[in-house]
Write a protein that binds this ligand. Structure first.
Ligand code: ZN
Ligand code: ZN
Length: 317
C-alpha cells in the first residue's frame, strides 16, 4: 500500500537512528508513527482502497521464529520495522506491506491516526502491568508517553493518578488531562509525597522517563506487593541500583514492555471513542524539510509531542 503521508510523529527512536545508535542500514527514511491517505494498492490488496485514511503498524514480524510461533510476536527474532529498516513516514509518500495497514475508524482525524502506534505500545505496557480499576498509579515522566499513560490509568478507573515531571507546563497539561496530583521531582521528595498520597506506596508505578535514577525511584515508590513497569527507553549503558533484598521482602513485580503486539486495533478504538486524547499533546508541527529542527525540538523539555506534516511544505510553497 502506498500512502500520501499526512502526519508522522517524532519519537526518541528517530533520534537514535539519526545519530547512528541503532542497528539500521543507511540510507533509510525514519518515521514509524504515521498516518496518511491511500494513493495506490497492490493487485491483491482488498482491505483498504485508494482514498482511505489509514495508519501503519510499523512492526513487521516473521511468523516462523520460536517467539512468533508461541504468539509473542513483539519478541520476534527477525523483527523489522517501517521507519527503522524500511523507509518510513518522514517523507511525502510511504510504502508499507498491506497487512500492516489499518483503516481509520469513521470520524477519526489523520492527526489522531498517527498516534495509534505510540498508544498501542502504551496499551501493551498497561496490559503487562495488569492496570486495574481502583489502582493507585504513579506515572514518572510527563512527555507524550507519560501523559498517554495518565489517560489510560484514568480510563481504567485508577483511584489515584500521580504524575511526577520537572517541567511545569507538562505538569499543568497532566492536571488538565485528569492527573489527581502533579509533583515536581526537582522541588519535592517524590517518594515521601507518593507514600503519603497513597497511604503506603503506589500499586503500580509506570516509569516513562527512561533514566537509571527514575528507574530506582520507581521501585522505591511502589507499595509492598506493587508492580513497576519500566516503559521509558533508557540509554543502553544505563545501570540502576536495585537491592534484591528489597524486591524479595516487598514482593515487587518488575516488568518490561516492548512495542505493540496485537494492540494497534485497540489503540484505534480507544482513540475513536475519545478515551485517550492526543491533540492536546501536539506541541509542535514541522514540514519534512525542517526535520533536524523537529528532532532537536523533540528532545527539548518545552516540547510534548512533535509531529512532521508534509502538507506544511505544500502550504509554504
Ligand atoms: Zn516510537
Ligand atoms: Zn518471528
Amino acid at each position: 500500500v502506498v500512502l500520501k503521508v499526512n502526519t508522522c510523529g517524532v519519537c526518541g527512536t528517530d533520534s537514535h537512528i539519526y545519530q547512528g545508535e541503532f542497528l539500521v542500514r543507511f540510507p533509510v527514511v525514519p518515521g514509524h508513527e504515521l498516518s496518511g491517505e491511500v494513493v495506490e494498492v497492490g493487485s491483491s490488496v482488498t482491505h483498504v482502497a485508494v482514498g482511505d485514511w489509514v495508519t501503519v503498524d510499523p512492526n513487521i514480524v516473521c511468523g516462523v521464529c520460536p517467539y512468533c510461533r508461541v504468539g509473542q510476536i513483539n519478541l520476534c527474532d527477525n523483527l523489522h520495522a517501517v521507519g527503522v529498516r524500511m523507509d518510513g513516514g518522514f517523507a511525502g509518500y510511504c510504502r508499507a506491506p498491506a497487512k500492516q495497514v489499518y483503516r481509520l475508524p469513521e470520524g477519526m482525524s489523520l492527526l489522531e491516526g498517527a498516534f495509534a502506534e505510540p498508544l498501542a505500545c502504551c496499551l501493551h505496557g498497561t496490559d503487562r502491568a495488569g492496570l486495574r480499576a481502583g489502582d493507585r498509579v504513579l506515572v514518572i515522566g510527563g512527555g507524550s508517553i507519560g501523559l498517554t499513560m495518565v489517560q489510560l490509568a484514568l480510563a481504567a478507573g485508577a483511584s489515584h493518578v500521580i504524575l511526577s515531571e520537572p517541567s511545569e507546563s507538562r505538569r499543568g497539561l497532566g492536571v488538565v488531562l485528569g492527573a489527581t496530583a502533579a509533583l515536581n521531582p526537582v522541588a519535592t521528595d517524590v517518594r515521601g509525597e507518593v507514600l503519603e498520597l497513597t497511604e503506603g506506596g503506589a500499586d503500580l508505578v509506570i516509569e516513562c522517563a527512561g533514566t537509571a535514577r527514575t528507574a530506582e525511584q520507581a521501585v522505591a515508590c511502589a507499595r509492598k506487593g506493587g508492580r513497576v513497569l519500566f516503559f521509558g527507553v533508557a540509554p543502553e549503558a544505563a545501570i540502576a541500583e536495585l537491592r534484591p533484598y528489597d524486591i524479595f521482602l516487598r514482593e515487587l513485580t518488575i516488568l518490561g514492555s516492548f512495542v505493540n503486539p496485537f494492540t494497534h486495533q485497540r489503540a484505534l478504538e480507544a482513540l475513536a471513542k475519545g478515551r485517550v486524547k492526543v491533540e492536546p499533546l501536539v506541541s509542535h508541527r514541522y514540514p519534512v524539510a525542517a526535520f533536524e529542527e523537529a528532532l532537536a525540538m523533540s528532545r527539548s523539555p518545552q516540547a510534548v509531542k512533535v509531529v512532521v506534516q508534509p502538507s506544511l511544505e505544500e502550504a509554504a510553497v
